[in-house]
Design a protein around this ligand. Structure first.
Ligand code: GLN
Length: 552
């Protein structure tokens, strides 16, 4: 008999941003470490069909999957916590996608003249999406985006309510994450918001089985019992989700509170205890590093930290590999544009990340030049690599007008240009090179391993992309003649190739990549480029030297 599939639905109450994604991912990690085949699903209650065209300023980073799906940053958390699941387009869907499918089916006559309604047609579509995404797993953890009480998430909640009847009560678990604030004036943990949020959930017919209470301290037994009493669950089904320094500590705390034990018990899954030793060792390295490096991340001042979520995590992973703490110094490129290079003087490495739009571009180019001429380890990702190529063309190849077609459409020295095949496409969603592409790594140059090969240790890799522009073939040989080495390339079926990585062999560590390596970095498997960059920054100790000389 096939194994009975199990479902965990994770909802959130009281406030947004209390860590539902991390909590869901942490449970996924604990279940996976118990040997269960886990998948994770995110349901987002907004009308955009996918988050690809949403401003990262509003919604945080756009995370890209191998199949080219643009999802929100929670899929990034899932990928970093749950090692073996392969996430695809099915693992993330929005209200927009559900309605889009239902309306298309209605237009095609798929409902045979019936009145098409939220219940059952939208809810059926939601359930069928959940089941399809769970097909290969024994346990699916499904996160409902938004906060209970929002109008938008009602169809999702209605659909997950049905699941308990359809799949059997023993196979479905509802876990609700709420906030338990500590009121300093009263010196008390306040349970009322949790009570109200659970009341709201019960009004729509969902009785949570377990409660996770986000709080700045552990909940004492009497507070858990009180919450249990008001929320109709036993006190030992209430768990503390306390604030921690590193997000990677969250599953360890959950496990200490026996959350994973309770989950398998409630779902009737027989497993041994999870082996958390590798995870513990990794957290230990984050908490007690042997040294530190400072990386200057040069971006637009309008960007905020969540825009670079995977990037900052990948740097932390690079720190784990090198046993150092990575301090991230966000540097506003417009300040550099004004000539304020002091902001970069105390850093050990400079990173120009991906981005879109013209703002701050010249400052970023100035930062590349500074890193190149001062011998400071430099890592350019996507836009960062494109600007490194522009800088090289301008300052090493005498092309003073060098630029990118993104900012200079029709320019005569665009070393970065739009691909010929894309020039006539007008649909905004359809013009990007998205998802995983193969890249051939050049192993040696002048008898020595390239930086790329030294990092990866192999000649064939796959990395994820999200961009419109490419290094132009027209000027490539001129750049190469002047010493810019193309160390990674994608060979296309028509025989042409695209530049995937560039480096400067005479520089201590200068590498640009057209793809986004941060999407593949994992805390237990740091990405080789990040590990290698952080190590170079540590070895160079440039920032440290300047600080000591009092130049910083
Ligand atoms: N804006 C550039 C492009 O579209 C770079 C994109 C990116 O950095 N993700 O090609």
């Amino acid at each position: 008999m096939a194994k009975q599939k199990k479902y965990i639905f994770v909802t959130g109450g009281v406030l947004s941003s209390i860590g539902k994604g991390i909590a869901a991912a942490s449970m996924g990690m604990l279940m996976e470490q118990r040997g269960i085949k886990v998948t994770m699903i995110k349901m987002d209650p907004y009308l955009n069909v996918d988050p690809g065209t949403m401003s990262p300023f509003q919604h945080g980073e756009v995370f890209v999957l191998d199949d080219g799906t643009e999802t929100d940053l929670d899929l990034g958390h899932y990928s970093r916590f749950v090692q073996s699941a392969a996430f695809t387009r099915s693992n993330s869907f929005t209200t927009g996608r559900i309605y889009d499918a239902v309306i298309r089916r209605e237009r095609a006559g798929g409902y045979l003249g019936k009145t098409v309604q939220v219940i059952p047609h939208i809810t059926d579509e939601i359930k069928s999406n959940i089941r399809q995404a769970s097909a290969d797993a024994d346990l699916a953890i499904i996160e409902v985006g938004g906060t209970v009480g929002d109008i938008e998430s009602l169809p999702f909640l209605e659909a997950i309510r049905h699941m308990k009847f359809e799949e059997g009560a023993a196979n479905v678990l509802y876990i609700h994450l709420t906030l338990v604030p500590y009121m300093a004036a009263a010196q008390e943990l306040k349970t009322k918001p949790t009570q109200h949020s659970v009341k709201e959930l019960r009004e729509i017919g969902i009785q949570p089985d377990l409660l996770l209470c986000r709080s700045d301290r552990k909940l004492p037994k009497d507070v858990k019992d009180k919450i249990g009493l008001f929320c109709n669950v036993p006190g030992d089904h209430v768990f503390s989700a306390i604030d921690v320094k590193s997000i990677y500590e969250v599953p360890l705390y959950f496990s200490e509170e026996n959350l994973d034990e309770r989950i398998v018990e409630k779902l009737g899954i027989w497993t041994g205890r999870p082996d958390l030793s590798k995870w513990q060792a990794m957290v230990e390295k984050i908490k007690n590093p042997k040294g530190e490096v400072t990386i200057g991340i040069v971006g637009k001042y309008t960007d905020w930290r969540d825009t670079y979520k995977s990037l900052s995590e990948a740097l932390i992973h690079g720190g784990v590999a090198g046993n150092v703490r990575v301090n991230m110094q966000y540097v506003d490129s417009e300040e550099i544009e004004k000539g304020n290079l002091d902001l970069l003087r105390s850093v050990d490495g400079i990173l120009v990340p991906g981005g879109f739009g013209e703002r701050g571009i010249e400052g970023k180019i100035r930062a590349v030049e500074y890193a190149r001429t001062e011998g400071i380890p430099f890592f350019g990702i996507c836009l960062g690599m494109q600007l490194a190529v522009v800088e090289y063309a301008r300052n090493m190849c005498g092309m003073s007008g060098a630029g990118s077609a993104e900012f200079k459409p029709g320019g005569t020295e665009n070393v970065v240009d739009i691909m010929e095949s894309q020039k006539t496409v007008t649909d905004k969603g359809g013009t990007m090179r998205l998802g995983a592409y193969a890249c051939a790594v050049l192993s040696k140059y002048n008898g020595k391993p390239t930086r790329a090969f030294a990092a990866y240790g192999k000649e064939q890799i796959n990395e994820r992309h999200r961009h419109r522009f490419e290094v132009s073939d027209v000027f490539r040989s001129r750049l190469e003649e002047k010493g810019l080495l193309v160390s990674g390339r994608h060979k296309r079926s028509d025989g042409t190739e695209l530049v995937e990585m560039v480096e400067i062999p005479s520089h201590p560590w200068f590498l640009g990549c057209q793809f986004h390596p941060e999407f593949l970095s994992r805390p237990l498997v740091p990405h080789p480029l990040f590990a290698s960059f952080v190590k170079a920054a540590k070895d160079s100790g440039k920032g440290q030297q300047r600080k000591l000389k009092g130049i910083g």
